[in-house]
Write a new protein. Structure first.
Length: 261
């Protein structure tokens, strides 16, 4: 990004927040903008998954605007500016990559991660637990993955995927037993254990559980829309169709996906 382009965006943000600016923008606070930050981040992820360069560029811009917005609010409170943010992250990246900007030698990603953790300690980010620092507000599958990866750094991990699958079978059995008891809290607990183990399975086979589930959800939406559209062509409401009829259309949608039509 050219410096003048960034400066122009900063000026636009200043004007939106000025006395003669936009009523909506002037009302916003750090807290009120939180949902928009999350929304823009997910829209960017969706664009990346669609491999759509134009949308990626647009969504990156929307996310950047949220960053500029937060920096403007901080500037108004005389806390920091966007230039302070850029300087801070630039310094951090240089310090955390001595193998790139200095004379250190790290040959693997694992060696880099170990260095990062050691450097954080020097920065004063001392943790009572290796699991600290992973936001509780993260989506549960993603947070599970991060927590399990942290534990794996000190050797608390399964050695092979077969062991993980065996544990998953054990959790499934416990869930089935819980269902028989008809105790909601126990059922919820055992179902949570299954989800957590599925994340372990995902890690063991090199798949991100959050990405996998999101793609399956999109596939479900696509196939269900196929059912809706074909029902409409037949002049039927979904409530008027039998499960067998809907299953048949579902199979058609699945077949079309597999054949690439």
């Amino acid at each position: 990004m050219k410096k003048k382009n960034l400066q122009a965006l900063i000026k636009i943000m200043e004007k939106l927040r000025s006395k003669k600016g936009c009523p909506w923008d002037k009302e916003q606070t750090r807290t009120s903008l939180k949902p928009y930050i999350i929304e823009e981040a997910y829209e960017l992820i969706e664009a990346i998954e669609d491999d759509d360069p134009d949308r990626i560029r647009e969504e990156l811009g929307d996310l950047l605007f949220q960053i500029v917005f937060q920096c403007q609010l901080a500037r108004e409170r005389q806390e920091f500016t966007i230039h302070d943010v850029i300087d801070k992250i630039s310094k951090k990246m240089i310090e955390r990559h001595p193998h790139v900007f200095g004379k250190a030698v790290y040959r693997t990603a694992d060696e880099v991660i170990v260095h990062w953790e050691e450097h954080k300690k020097l920065e004063g980010k001392r943790r009572e637990s290796i699991l600290e620092g992973i936001p509780e507000s993260m989506p549960s599958l993603l947070r599970s993955n991060r927590l399990q990866n942290r534990a794996a750094q000190v050797g608390f991990d399964w050695e092979k995927v077969e062991d993980v699958l065996e544990k998953l079978d054990e959790e499934l059995k416990e869930f089935k037993d819980a269902v028989k008891t008809d105790r909601h809290e126990k059922i919820e607990e055992e179902l949570g254990d299954i989800f957590f183990m599925l994340v372990n399975v995902s890690r063991s086979v090199g798949v991100n559980a959050e990405d996998a589930l999101r793609k399956t959800i999109r596939k479900f939406v696509s196939r269900f829309r196929y059912i809706e559209m074909n029902a409409a062509r037949q002049g039927k409401k979904l409530t008027e169709m039998t499960l067998g009829e809907m299953d048949s259309l579902w199979d058609e949608a699945k077949s079309d996906e597999q054949s690439g039509t």
